[in-house]
Design a protein around this ligand. Structure first.
Ligand code: ADP
Length: 443
C-alpha cells in the first residue's frame, strides 16, 4: 500500500514538474489532473475486472492482476475456496442424513409450514402412493385423502397416532398404516408412517385364537357342570348314573385332547427347526402308525373299516420322530374318523424316482368341497363342526400337520372333491431321505 501511495504521489510530482517547465501554473495543474485521471481510469479498469470475476468466479477466467489487486484477488479466492468447502461439507452431511432417513423402515415426509411436501423417503412414497419427485410441493391433504387422516391433520391434538389404510390396501390384502405428525422448526411438520398390518393381523389372530379356545373349553365345561348338578340334585338309578358318568368322561377327554393339541402346537412353534441328523426307519414309523390306527379302528367296530399299509421302498427319513409320528397319525386318524362304515383307508410310503419321499393317506370318505381346501389347515377350521366334535376332533389336527411339514422342509397337498374321498400327501425333499444299498435293491 505504501508503495502505491508513494508511486501515485511520485507520478503527480513528476507530472507537476514537467507541467511547470511547460507553462508554469496552468501546465502544472493540467499535468497533475491528467495524471490523476489516467490513474483513476487504470485503477477502475482493474477493479472492474476483479468485480466481474467475483460476480462469476471461475478458474478459467481468473484475471491477471498485480500488486494490490493481485493480493485482493488472492484473498477473495481463498475466502471463496473456504466457502465452497463449507458448502460441500454441509451438502455431504445433508446427503448422509437423507440417506439415513431413506434407510429407515418407516415412511418419513417433511412438510413445510403450508403443509406442502418438501421431501419424502421411498418407503413413504410407496405407503402413500406418492411420486417422490413429481409430488414435491404438493399439499399433503390433496394426496392423502383418507377422512381419518384429514380430520387428524386438521385437529389440534396430534399427540396420538391414527391408523389409516395404505395406498395399496385391498379387501383381500389390507395395508394398515399408523401415522403421526411431529411439529418442528417454524410451523413445519414431520409425518411418520409405520406399517402395522402384521401387528394388527397378529392381534386379530390372537383375539380369534383366545375366543376359539375359550369357546372349545366352555362347551364341554357347561355339559360337565350340568351333569354334576344333575348327579348332586337328582336321585338317579345306577344305570342312569353310569350313563351320565360315561358322558362326563367323554367331555373331559375332549378337553384333554384340546389341551394336548394346544401344547403340541406351542411346542412346535417354540422349538428350533429339526436339522438333518436323526434318521428314522420309515418301516418302523409306519408300523407304529399302523398299531395306533388299528387300536382306534377297534374302538369303532361298528364302522368295519378296511385299513391297508404299504411301504413301496424302505428308507430312512430325517427329522424329529415324535413330530413325524404326530403328523402321520393325525392324517390317519382323520381318515378313520371321517370315513363312513366299511371305508377303505390306504396309507402308503414311496421313494420317488427323483429321490424325494412321499407319504400318503387315501380314504373313501365324504371328501371335501374345493372351497374348503385352502383353509383346512387353519386352527379350529372345520368343514362339518358336529361331525368333528362327535368324533373327538379338536380342529387343530391339520394345523399340527402343517407345522410339522413346514418344519421338515416338506409340503402338504390335499386332493379331494365332494363324495370322492380324500388324499392327503406329504412330499419330503430328497435331502431328508436315505436309502442304503440293500434297501435300494429290495425296492
Ligand atoms: P378335526 O379335529 O376337526 O378333525 P382337523 O384339523 O384334523 O380338525 O381337520 C380340519 C377339518 O378338515 C375337519 O374338521 C374336517 O372337516 C376336515 N377333514 C380333515 N380330514 C378329513 C378327511 N379325511 N375327510 C374329510 N374331511 C376331513
Amino acid at each position: 500500500m505504501f508503495w502505491r501511495i508513494f508511486a501515485y504521489f511520485s507520478a503527480h510530482s513528476l507530472a507537476a514538474t514537467l507541467g511547470w517547465f511547460l507553462g508554469a501554473w496552468p501546465g502544472l495543474f493540467g499535468a497533475w489532473a491528467l495524471t490523476g485521471a489516467v490513474w483513476f481510469v487504470w485503477e477502475s479498469v482493474r477493479g472492474a475486472r476483479l468485480l466481474a470475476w467475483v460476480r462469476e468466479p471461475s478458474h478459467e477466467t481468473t484475471p491477471n492482476l498485480r500488486g494490490f489487486w493481485a493480493e485482493l484477488l488472492g484473498r477473495i479466492q481463498r475466502l471463496l475456496r473456504e466457502r465452497d468447502q463449507r458448502i460441500a461439507e454441509s451438502e455431504g452431511r445433508l446427503a448422509e442424513f437423507l440417506a439415513a432417513i431413506q434407510a429407515s423402515p418407516h415412511g418419513v415426509v417433511l412438510l413445510d409450514s403450508d403443509a406442502r411436501i418438501e421431501w419424502c423417503n421411498q418407503i413413504a412414497a410407496v405407503q402413500f402412493g406418492f411420486d417422490a419427485q413429481r409430488d414435491l410441493q404438493q399439499h399433503i391433504g390433496n394426496l392423502v385423502r383418507d377422512p381419518v387422516f384429514l380430520a387428524y391433520f386438521a385437529s389440534a391434538d396430534i399427540q396420538q397416532s391414527v391408523t389409516i389404510a395404505g395406498r395399496n390396501s385391498t379387501a383381500s390384502r389390507p395395508v394398515r398404516l399408523a401415522v403421526q405428525l411431529h411439529p418442528y422448526g417454524e410451523g413445519r411438520k414431520l409425518l411418520l408412517a409405520n406399517d402395522v398390518t402384521a401387528v394388527e393381523q397378529a392381534d386379530a389372530m390372537r383375539r380369534d385364537f383366545v375366543a376359539n379356545v375359550s369357546h372349545e373349553i366352555r362347551t364341554p365345561l357347561t355339559v360337565l357342570s350340568g351333569f354334576i348338578e344333575t348327579l348332586q340334585t337328582l336321585n338317579l338309578s345306577d344305570a342312569e348314573r353310569k350313563r351320565y358318568l360315561a358322558l362326563m368322561a367323554q367331555q373331559s377327554q375332549r378337553m384333554q385332547n384340546l389341551v394336548s393339541d394346544l401344547l403340541t402346537l406351542s411346542r412346535l412353534e417354540g422349538s428350533p427347526l429339526p436339522g438333518v441328523g436323526e434318521w428314522i426307519p420309515v418301516a418302523s414309523l409306519m408300523a407304529q402308525c399302523e398299531q395306533e390306527a388299528r387300536a382306534l379302528a377297534a374302538l369303532l367296530p361298528q364302522l368295519q373299516h378296511q385299513l391297508q399299509f404299504e411301504v413301496a421302498n424302505p428308507a430312512s427319513l430325517s427329522g424329529v420322530h415324535s413330530e413325524l409320528f404326530s403328523a402321520w397319525s393325525n392324517l390317519i386318524n382323520n381318515a378313520i374318523r371321517y370315513s363312513p362304515a366299511a371305508g377303505k383307508i390306504v396309507v402308503s410310503w414311496a421313494v420317488l424316482p427323483d429321490g424325494c419321499g412321499e407319504f400318503a393317506v387315501q380314504d373313501s370318505g365324504p371328501g371335501i368341497a374345493p372351497e374348503h381346501l385352502p383353509r383346512l389347515t387353519e386352527r379350529f377350521y372345520r368343514v362339518d363342526r358336529s361331525r368333528s366334535r362327535d368324533t373327538g376332533g379338536t380342529g387343530l389336527g391339520l394345523a399340527i400337520v402343517k407345522h410339522v411339514v413346514q418344519r421338515h422342509g416338506a409340503e402338504l397337498s390335499i386332493h379331494s372333491s365332494l363324495g370322492q374321498g380324500a388324499r392327503f400327501v406329504i412330499h419330503f425333499p430328497s435331502e431328508r431321505i436315505l436309502q442304503t444299498q440293500s434297501e435300494r435293491l429290495a425296492a
